[in-house]
Design a protein around this ligand. Structure first.
Ligand SMILES: *[C@@H]1O[C@H](CO)[C@@H](O)[C@H](O)[C@H]1NC(C)=O
Ligand SMILES: *[C@@H]1O[C@H](CO)[C@@H](O)[C@H](O)[C@H]1NC(C)=O
Ligand SMILES: *[C@@H]1O[C@H](CO)[C@@H](O)[C@H](O)[C@H]1NC(C)=O
Ligand SMILES: *[C@@H]1O[C@H](CO)[C@@H](O)[C@H](O)[C@H]1NC(C)=O
Length: 314
């Protein structure tokens, strides 16, 4: 009996060690530290980004991608996280970069986080929206994801779309932006859509107490440091860009963009049904916006006396 249970214990310890290695491996295959390496910390099968008085931290994906879906199972800084921002985002880099952002704005204990989303297209951002959440994002892991293809960029929280940015010219049966005369300044009225630049996936945590929490009025309380955001998984399912190719490589654009949707069934994020929300998802989006939207640049006439073109009809 004694020998048997010792055997069981040894197996359990070995399994534990294997799980640890697998955990590091699971993340190592996908991401690497992007700054302050010692502020990216493995804890069992979890990965943590840490902010203390010395530094924040971050990671970047090992590959770049053109189209696909990136997601993070993430638990945000618990307790007093005022002033602390955690971001999960895709960015192509460079002057004319595209970027899709989730920014989680911390708060004092018991007050709600805000989730800010933004898109940069050709280096221009200023497309902020903010929602609160229908759950406590510090209590458990939730999945935050961006789906990106030539027709739409969709921000999702636990599979519920919270924001969709459409390629207006690819919308079936509505070509209201087609420039066939009538409008003398079509350039300014045609909504931009992010072109085929490969993007890396990033996450970081930093001190943003000059703006993040209640408009910057509440500062980071360093007596509560370190602040840690915890990842259970980071997944990228997309067309990985060849490591040796430049960001504008025409062959890679052609390979990842393809002429047909869902070529060979491999690029599921480009399947026809991924080109717009399903009816069910549309209902979810309406629900999320009706109940949880707290800020939308599209209706901020102080900032934008002329409504941005992609906002038309809102
Ligand atoms: C077209 O729009 C741009 C950007 O708003 C503006 O600078 C330009 O003067 C406009 N041109 C005409 C012909 O209205
Ligand atoms: C937008 O959609 C149109 C029509 O499908 C497509 O030709 C174009 O390449 C798309 N734009 C971008 C920037 O992907
Ligand atoms: C923090 O809580 C306050 C009070 O409930 C709320 O007004 C604010 O939007 C919350 N979020 C942030 C990031 O300030
Ligand atoms: C990158 O490497 C692949 C495989 O070795 C090769 O086929 C391709 O031509 C290379 N591309 C560039 C831009 O060097």
């Amino acid at each position: 009996m004694a020998a048997a249970s010792l055997g069981v214990m040894v197996v359990a310890v070995l399994l534990g060690a294997a799980a640890l290695v697998a955990a590091a491996g699971k993340f190592d295959d996908v991401v690497q530290p992007s700054w302050a390496n010692d502020h990216m910390v493995y804890d069992g099968d979890l990965l943590k980004l840490r902010l203390d008085a010395n530094s924040g931290g971050g990671f970047v994906s090992k590959n770049k991608f053109l189209y696909g879906k990136a997601s993070a199972d993430l638990k945000l800084v618990p307790g007093d996280s005022a002033g602390v921002v955690t971001a999960f985002y895709l960015s192509s880099g460079g002057d004319k970069h595209n970027e899709f952002d989730f920014e989680f704005l911390g708060n004092v204990t018991g007050e709600p986080y805000l989730v800010q989303t933004n898109l940069y297209i050709d280096g221009v951002g200023n497309r902020e929206q903010r929602i609160d959440l229908w759950f406590d994002p510090t209590a458990d892991f939730h999945t935050y994801a961006v789906l990106w293809n030539p027709s739409q960029v969709v921000f999702m929280v636990d599979d519920t779309p919270i924001r969709v940015y459409e390629n207006a010219t690819s919308r079936r049966g509505h070509h209201r932006h087609a420039s066939s005369g009538g409008n003398s300044n079509t350039t300014s009225s045609t909504p931009a859509f992010p072109g085929p630049q490969p993007m890396a996936v990033y996450s970081s945590i930093w001190n943003a107490d000059d703006w993040a929490t209640q408009g910057g009025r509440v500062k980071t309380d360093w007596s509560h440091a370190p602040f840690e955001a915890t990842f259970r998984e980071v997944r990228v399912d997309g067309c990985a860009w060849a490591g040796n190719a430049s960001d504008s490589d025409a062959g890679e654009v052609a390979r990842c963009t393809g002429s047909s949707w869902g070529k060979e069934g491999r690029y599921w994020w480009k399947e026809k049904e991924m080109s717009e929300l399903s009816v069910h998802q549309s209902h979810q989006l309406v629900w999320a916006r009706a109940h949880h939207l707290v800020y939308d640049y599209c209706v901020d006439t102080d900032r934008f006396p002329v409504q941005p073109p992609e906002c038309a009809g809102r």
